[in-house]
Design a protein around this ligand. Structure first.
Ligand code: KG4
Ligand code: ZN
Length: 342
């Protein structure tokens, strides 16, 4: 089954062609980061308008790359939520219009299920069941995954998502959007031990997270540095390192706890923050000590992309899932509402 995947939930237009027999045939992405950077974050209306501009040229591009004509496509998968509603509607209406014109089905995909399954595009995919850590700009969740659509929420953030905390910490130190990669880059030059940040909610049982206090701690530390006339590159690097270490260690502690609770040794990490090298190294070490294994996607499939939507859609379409031509998207959408396959 050949599936065209469209992703437009936020600030990236992603398009890909995935074939159930041949694997990923082509994928293309247009990132709107430069468009939103001057505003320090995503401007929803600008995002929607840019998706309109990019979508058809990107579809033509992946068709050409895969040497494929529309009559070969069996179905279209698009992100139906969660995300920015205007941005989602661009992908949904484009998918439904093409599906109508080409006489094939279209299926709305859950954005976080797309992230969750992205590591399955890699040469050594994880087997079910496993524990998944979903860490993106909008979500921080620990989920027990028994199969596609069989998700039990183990814990989640009570306030900011991990990626959001990276973005806000970066912004207040005058760094560019998105902040995650910026903080990670500065952290490499940071001096360890100069600042020590708290490990929120690790001293009590449970699998929930809270990252808003870390962001405030970073703000206070930065303001103290500025007040002391120490507002140069090195102070930023040292704060970036202390902040990143706190996030990474907190996530590692909770992942270990979740694996123990679920009685599992397989961990999948997904979403933008799973591209973070320090996080990958820390989890690899923890899983190595447990004789377990950690799985993640290549960095470009950790952040938003069309390939994960084409792949997730293909699994559901192959299992016979269908929907009408109605265009419906959801800005908020708990993943536990998804139906189980099989
Ligand atoms: O999954 P994603 O592309 O979009 C959402 O679904 O939210 O995640 C974007 C988030 C942003 O907050 C960004 O700062 C963060 O992922 N991010 C990173 C890294 N790369 C992206 N955070 C830490 N380290 C990175 N290398
Ligand atoms: Zn995402």
């Amino acid at each position: 089954m050949l599936v065209l995947g469209l992703e437009t939930s936020c600030d990236e237009t992603g398009v890909a062609l995935y074939d159930s027999e041949r694997g990923l045939l082509a994928d293309a992405l247009f990132s709107q980061i430069d468009l939103h950077r001057v505003y320090g974050g995503v401007v929803p209306e600008l995002a929607s308008r840019d998706h309109v501009k990019r979508m058809l040229p990107l579809i033509r591009q992946v068709l050409a790359e895969a040497d494929c004509v529309p009559t070969e496509i069996d179905a279209i998968a698009y992100t139906a939520g969660p995300g920015l509603v205007g941005a989602l509607l661009v992908g949904a209406s484009c998918a439904q219009a093409l599906a109508f014109a080409w006489g094939i089905p279209a299926l709305g995909v859950h954005h976080m299920e797309g992230h969750l399954l992205a590591p399955m595009l890699e040469p050594k995919p994880p087997e079910f069941p496993f524990v998944a850590l979903l860490v993106s700009g909008g979500h921080t969740q620990l989920v027990q995954v028994d199969g596609i659509g069989q998700y039990s929420l183990l814990g989640e953030t009570l306030d900011d998502a991990a990626g959001e905390a990276f973005d806000k910490t970066a912004k207040m130190m005058g760094l560019n959007y998105p902040g995650g990669p910026e903080i990670a880059k500065l952290a490499e030059k940071g001096v360890a031990g100069r600042f020590t940040f708290p490990r929120p909610m690790c001293d009590r049982p449970g699998l929930d997270f809270s990252f808003s206090g870390l962001k405030t701690f970073a703000l206070n530390t930065w303001q103290q540095c500025v007040g002391a006339g120490d507002d140069g590159e090195q102070a930023r690097c040292d704060i970036a390192l202390a902040f990143q270490q706190a996030v990474v260690e907190t996530l590692t502690i909770k992942c270990k706890r979740a694996l123990k609770q679920a009685g599992m040794q397989r961990l999948v990490i997904a979403g933008g923050v799973s591209a973070n090298r320090a996080l990958r190294l820390s989890l690899e070490k923890m899983l190595g000590d447990m004789k377990g294994e950690v799985f993640y996607a290549r960095p470009e499939f950790c952040t938003d992309n069309g390939a994960m939507i084409a792949f997730a859609g293909c699994q559901r379409l192959q299992a016979g899932q269908q929907e009408s031509l109605a265009i419906s998207v959801q800005a908020r959408w708990p993943m536990e509402q998804l139906s189980a396959l099989g």
